[in-house]
Design a protein around this ligand. Structure first.
Ligand code: LLP
Length: 463
């Protein structure tokens, strides 16, 4: 690896410009287990390993940038969710966070169900052998073809998102001679404490049917009247990257309130409620997420308490974590290309990827951490902004972080907690080729989603 000398840029806390960073960590070589996948550690030679494999070997064999996913960690987290909720509840992994056939097989083996939100996510799940009755089908604008495919495949539930869809699904199910199990997604009017674009249960947005004004009750009335539908429950998803359980508490209270109204009006007790996903993970050392068993305990207690007060049988609960299962299990491995110190500001570190493999920083102002992983360094910390290679100044991967001042082109750096909503939201901006996803387990790395090639891109260009 080449090293070029350069001025180190601003280093000390007393000369730092304004920003969202804490003081530089005491030791830049230490990897905080809170943000790194379980099997990640720094080897005796200073090179970081995952599943026993040095990142330098991964970079050599598979190139950079690459998403490196710790399979053992994924399976352990999936199991932790399943065990936390036990036999009386169901865990649906939200495939939008990251979906591939290998992931579907792991989920199946670990006893999780799957939430999909497009016909192609459904196709991926089915092609990997996920039993259709363990799949939930979501979306605020499912096409007739998607609905037909889902009903035909025999998905376990379709989550209805609008009045039109109630009729559409009923009609399609009936024409196929089926009675489709459905839930109705409602918006409970909770403002989750998260970014506006990922909060979903306040009323002024596109998902669900508002509880307010009796609309959800009317949706239930209509669904109960239609022969093609078997209404099994109510669904609520309040947002994403949430740490505070109070939003779930209010949501559960309101969902159970609706179940009670349904019982009083129709004499039916719906057997299921789904409280969605949205549980936060640690992107930086400042984040303190809850463990699945704490979340399971809190949610089941809230629902039981509310049901007891309403004199209802406690429904079967389901949840749909995406980020909390896959997010912490992967990191993105980049090679440093240029290091540009700006006097009195910060040092810009350009990597061989960027907003095409991680749009979350640009889109949500998301915070990430970063570490030098191909070696250790005793150099002083320097304030950096890790940026990509796209033609856009908002192409930022890590807005504010510290890396050693001797960082140089050719070094490998890694951004942890990129398992969720990075590959799944990746783009071909500037005709970037989307990076591969490598699963690492038991001392072996294998490609589960291959790197795109120039041929892949040119094949679509048929003009
Ligand atoms: N269930 C439903 C109905 C959802 O809409 C979502 C996420 C989930 C479950 C899973 O949420 P999770 O546990 O992964 O937070 N692209 C954004 C997140 C969008 C989430 C959309 N729906 C991000 O990168 O933060």
């Amino acid at each position: 690896m080449s090293r070029s000398a350069h001025p180190a840029g601003p280093r000390h806390a007393d000369v730092l410009p304004e920003g969202h960073y804490a003081a530089p960590p005491a030791d830049l070589n230490t990897l905080d287990p809170k943000v790194w996948a379980q099997t990640v550690e720094r080897g005796a030679d200073g090179v970081v390993t995952v599943g026993g494999i040095p990142v330098t070997r991964i970079a050599e064999e598979f190139g950079t940038p690459a998403y490196v996913l710790d399979e053992a960690d994924f399976r352990a987290r999936a199991r932790a969710w399943r065990d936390a909720f036990g036999q009386d509840a169901d865990v649906f992994y939200a495939g939008k966070a990251f979906l591939s056939r290998a992931v579907v097989r792991w989920l199946d083996e670990e006893g999780l169900n799957l939430d999909v939100c497009s016909g192609t996510e459904l196709a991926t799940a089915l092609s990997a052998g996920m039993p259709a009755d363990r799949i939930a089908f979501h979306g605020n604008n499912k096409s007739a073809a998607e609905i037909e495919r889902a009903v035909h495949a025999g998905v376990g539930r379709i989550v209805l998102d609008s009045f039109q869809e109630i009729v559409r699904v009923a009609h399609i199910a009936q024409s196929l001679g089926r009675r489709q199990r459905v839930q109705i997604r409602i918006t409970v009017g909770v403002e989750a404490h998260t970014h506006e674009f990922i909060a979903t249960a306040h009323e002024d947005q596109k998902f669900g049917i508002p509880l307010a004004g009796g609309q959800a009750a009317e949706a239930v009335r209509r669904a109960l009247r239609l022969d093609g539908l078997e209404l099994i429950g109510i669904h609520s998803h309040i947002g994403s990257q949430i740490f505070d359980m109070s939003g779930f508490e209010v949501a559960a209270h309101r969902v159970v309130g609706l179940l009670k109204d349904i019982r009083d009006e129709h004499g039916v007790e719906l057997p299921e409620i789904d409280l969605g996903g949205g549980l936060g993970i640690a992107y930086t050392s400042d984040d303190d997420p809850r463990e699945p068993h704490e979340i399971a305990k809190a949610l089941t207690e809230i629902v039981s308490r509310e049901c007891e007060a309403a004199k209802l049988r406690t429904p079967r609960i389901s949840v749909e974590p995406g980020r909390a299962v896959v997010g912490p299990t992967a990191f993105t491995l980049y090679e440093v290309g240029t290091v540009k110190p700006l006097d009195g500001l910060r040092t810009y570190v350009s990597v061989d990827g960027g907003m095409s493999d991680n749009i979350r920083t640009a889109l949500y102002d998301a915070e990430y951490s970063v570490a030098l992983v191909s070696r250790t360094s005793d150099a002083e910390p320097m304030l950096v902004r890790v940026v990509g290679k796209h033609c856009e100044s908002g192409d930022i991967v890590v807005k504010d972080a510290f890396l050693p001042a001797d960082l140089a082109p050719g070094d490998l750096i890694a951004v942890p907690a990129t398992g969720a909503y990075c590959r799944s939201m990746a783009s071909n901006y500037n005709h970037a080729l989307r990076p591969p996803v490598l699963a690492v387990a038991d001392g072996e790395a294998r490609v589960i989603v291959r790197r795109e090639t120039e041929d892949d891109l040119l094949r679509l260009d048929v003009g």
